[in-house]
Ligand binder design. Sequence first.
Ligand code: GTP
Ligand code: MG
Length: 315
Amino acid sequence: MLIDEAEIILKGGHGGPGKVSFFPGFKSGPDGGNGGRGGNLYLEAVSDLFALNQFSREKEIGAENGQAGESNRRSGREGRDLVVKVPVGSVFTDQESGEEITPEKVGDVVLVSKGGLGGKGNWELKSPRRTTPKFAQPGLPGEERRFKVVLKLIALYGLIGLPNAGKSSLLNELTKAGAKVGDYPFTTLEPNLGSFNGKIIADIPGLIEGASEGKGLGIRFLKHIEKVELLLHCIAADSPDPKKDYHVVAGEMKEYNPEFLNKKQIILLTKADLADKDELEKKMTALKTLKKKILPVSVYDWDSLEILRKNLVKV
Ligand SMILES: Nc1nc2c(ncn2[C@@H]2O[C@H](COP(=O)(O)OP(=O)(O)OP(=O)(O)O)[C@@H](O)[C@H]2O)c(=O)[nH]1
Ligand SMILES: [Mg+2]
């Protein structure tokens, strides 16, 4: 299952405590070393969409604590830093301050929770007036932050349409996604991503009438394509009423967020091989009143795919 929302606590490591100790014998005097600093916690953006799944088990993640100081003025070891991999573009909202952190590019590393300072040992705490301190400082706690994290795909193109319209098949033609394709509605249960020309295409599960009220798989996946620049609206050429199909999907999107209707949109009359030339012509003409670009495509027609590719490159 794809985890696309979670609440988590991210903690820097606790600083190690300073040591209280004294040289034995005639040299006697304080010699307790300092505690080590706690490790820092970083986020790193990766392209793995499923990286948030780690938070389904662990709600609290912390970098390593610093080690305690030792006798003989030896400092404790610093806690190791921890780098938590998260899907690129996920939005981390600090539940206290409201600050939003989003690693935007794959490979971006962001410091979120600093490790705590180690405590001073009694050797460092001695002074001319306090020559034999019998105490040391405890280490400080690492920064602890509670975040709400939401997965936001940074796709440039979004494939939308009714179930079974051929969305995943097109994703597979355009990218190496290898998404599951099936001769039945709701083959796709969770979004698929692919990279075309270095740009991300998202294929989301089909929408049906009433999706905004939770019918079918609902519209919850639309949030993943809220930021796309171009919608590829797939309508099957063998549909009895392509224009109606268009309005069903457009209507549900509008329910979710009216701004979807302002996005650039290309209508793909998919499975064009299933309609004869006259029928295709008729359906294209009917769709023309929508005043969008319309491209007939078929996964069995290389030329049609090439035209689609050229149109995508232009965006
Ligand atoms: N003849 C023909 N069949 C196609 C074409 N594209 C897809 N299909 C078939 O249509 C069916 C549905 O394809 P999918 O790609 O799974 O459709 P989808 O829109 O992703 O479906 P959901 O994930 O259920 O919403 C499969 O049986 C495909 O083989 C095409 O260009 N021509
Ligand atoms: Mg699909």
